[in-house]
Structures are given as C-alpha cells and as structure tokens.
Design a protein around this ligand. Sequence first.
Ligand code: GDP
Ligand code: MN
Length: 393
Amino acid sequence: MKLQEYHAKTLLARAGLPVPEWAVASSPGEARLQAETFLARGAGKVVIKAQVLVGGRGKAGGVKLAASGAEAERVAGAILGMDIKGIVVRRVLVAPAAEIEREIYLAAVLDRTERKILLMGSAEGGVEIETLAEERPDAIVRIHAHPHLGLLDWQARKLAFALGLGDHLKAAVAIAQGLQRVMVENDADLVEVNPLALVRETGPDGTPVLTLQCLDAKVTIDDSALSRHPGLEAMRDLDEEDPIDIEARRLGLSFIRLEGSIGCMVNGAGLAMTTMDLVKRAGGSPANFLDIGGGARSEKVANAMRLILAEPSVKAILVNIFGGIARGDEVARGLVEARSQQTRDVPMVVRIVGTNADLAAGILADAGGGIRTAQSLDEAVEMAVAIARSAEA
Ligand code: GDP
Ligand code: MN
C-alpha cells in the first residue's frame, strides 16, 4: 500500500526526522488560509503540491510555489482537479517553501536477495532514481543495514560522506538511521526521501545556515503486514484504488486483475499460479489471479464469480479446485448459484478433484447449460482456451 506524501511525512516526523511543517487542503480557499498562516509566520513563499500516488508530480506541473495567499489560492485551484498520469488531484499539501541549496536522494528499500534493508543514496537528488540507476549506476551509494542492529553508526557516517554531507554529519546520520527505523517499525517496503535537501535558513543571530530537510517522502507498506498496523490501514486512500481491489479485500479474496480473457478461479496460491502458467502455455491469457482460499464456502465462490465477471474482457471462466479442506460439493453449489445470478452468459469450464468430487460432478451435471466439466487439468485448460479464442475471433 502506497501512502500519500502527507501520510509518509507523518511517519518521518513521528520518528524525529526533519520535515518542514505542512497542511493539507482540498479547496483553493483552504489552501489560501494555510498559505497565509505560513507566510505570516515568516515563510518567504509556500510550496503547493498535488497529493497523488504517482511519481514525477513536479514535472507534471503538480508542484508550484506561491508568494501570497491570493497566488496560493490560484495555484491550488489549478492543481486541484488536475489529471496527473490518470489520477485526479483531490488534495494539495501546503508548506513553507524551502530555499534549496542542493538536492540529495536517500531511501531505504528491501533487498529481497540479501534479505536486508538497503540504504540507497545519491548526491544527485531530484532526478528519478530509476533513470540514474540506468545511466550512471556508480553515482548510487549502497549500504546494507545490519539485520538485527539496524544501520550502524559507522555505516551511516560512510553513507553521509559518500553523499557529500561531511559538513552535516550528525544530521545526515540521524536521517539515514531514522529511515531504517521507519522501515522496520512500519513494515515498509520502501521509505524514500527525494529530495533530501540542504536548505538555506537564517540562524538565530541572523547569519545564514544550511540544514538538512526531507522535502518529499514516499512510503510503501507491505500489504501482508497491514493487519499489525491499524493506524496505517486508516491512511489508505480509497479514491486512488481500483474499485475491484477494494471489493476483493472486503470479501477476503486474493484477487489480482490481469489483461487476458480467461477468468481463473482456483483454491490455493500455488495452484492458481500453476493454472495461469498452463493457460499461457496453451496459448491463452489469464484475466486474473484468484485464490479463493482453503475451505471456501459456496457464498465465497459466488462472490469470486461476480468479481471475475465484472471484467468485460472475460470470455471464458476456468475453475480449478483441488478439494482438500474445500469441499467439491460446496464449490459446485456456489458455482451453480453464481450461474443463476449471472447477467452475462460466459461459458464455464470446471475441474474439481479431491474431497466430494463425485458429489460436485452430480451437482454440476444437474445444473446443465453453460457449465462444462473436465476430468484433467490439461483438458480443462484446453477447453477454456478454445472457448476464449472462438469468442475473440
Ligand atoms: P515529485 O516530483 O513528485 O517527486 O515531487 P517533489 O516533492 O520531489 O518536488 C519536485 C521538485 O520540486 C523537487 O525536486 C524540488 O526541486 C522542487 N521543490 C519541492 N519542494 C520545494 C520547496 O519547498 N522549495 C523549492 N524551492 N522547491 C521545491
Ligand atoms: Mn520527489
């Protein structure tokens, strides 16, 4: 689950990292009031930033500066409602604008191969890290945190020096270690600050000082860990999620939409993957990944069928059930029930083996029309692919 910038910044600030204060507005008038507050407190300008879960907002025109309340209102009015890479902006973040001396990239990511948290940094912030990784891979500094002890002091110092932050060692070390902690404490996959900026400010005695600040933040939480973090679950932005994904989660189904034409209903993640592979091998393409789970009852089967059929490109449905805890007759009853409610006539190929497979066969035979049964998985896959192909022709 990706967090909006203002939520990500909440996690960073909570961990003690330096984040400029901010407010969130959903109307131009609200943005104006917030801007006026920051300007009255001494900010020279404010920055107005689109809150959408896509990168490159700056380039797309979703990050703008304003010098007065009126300008902030105008700029916010232009950004709110803007379409950035297919997502409509519903909220903006308003913050005192930083005077940037230098932009740095710093992130904690999960290195699955090493099974460690990897701190990645580049002295050249502001640019997209993917571009940098391709064009100038040696410009990226990489340090793995210790799996139990976290990012050790010497590691953080090494990272800071490599990023040219030797003059800001203490602050840089605290930030790097903070990112690692935010990662662990929230079960995140990614905690990215781009830019981490050296910001010009005026010291208490009127002299200019440079401070390090997290001007942008991107955090992705491991979906499988969300049950441990109800506070993070509450940060979910339903506006930006696919309605099908929301419905699947509500129904407790593991469902991932794909591009193909064959809807797949399978119990067990491994069997679901295998089924998709076989569909591909037979020359078809799966419309979804769906694991209805062990012990699925007929109601769950009917719900799953509704999700599959919500996709208009589905031309055939392949049901592959290995009855263990899930009973074949329960699944078959669910299929028949779903079939009776179905508004669209999509042919269904069913292969059920294992517990109560014989009862299942009887139920499906009595149901008649539209449900075809297969003895083997290969046969079922071939039938489904052939049906989809002729429907597409
Ligand atoms: P992104 O494009 O979605 O990554 O959004 P960012 O928050 O990173 O902003 C993009 C760019 O806008 C940054 O790289 C900065 O150059 C600039 N920017 C962001 N915040 C400020 C700010 O407070 N002051 C100034 N002067 N520029 C900013
Ligand atoms: Mn950024």
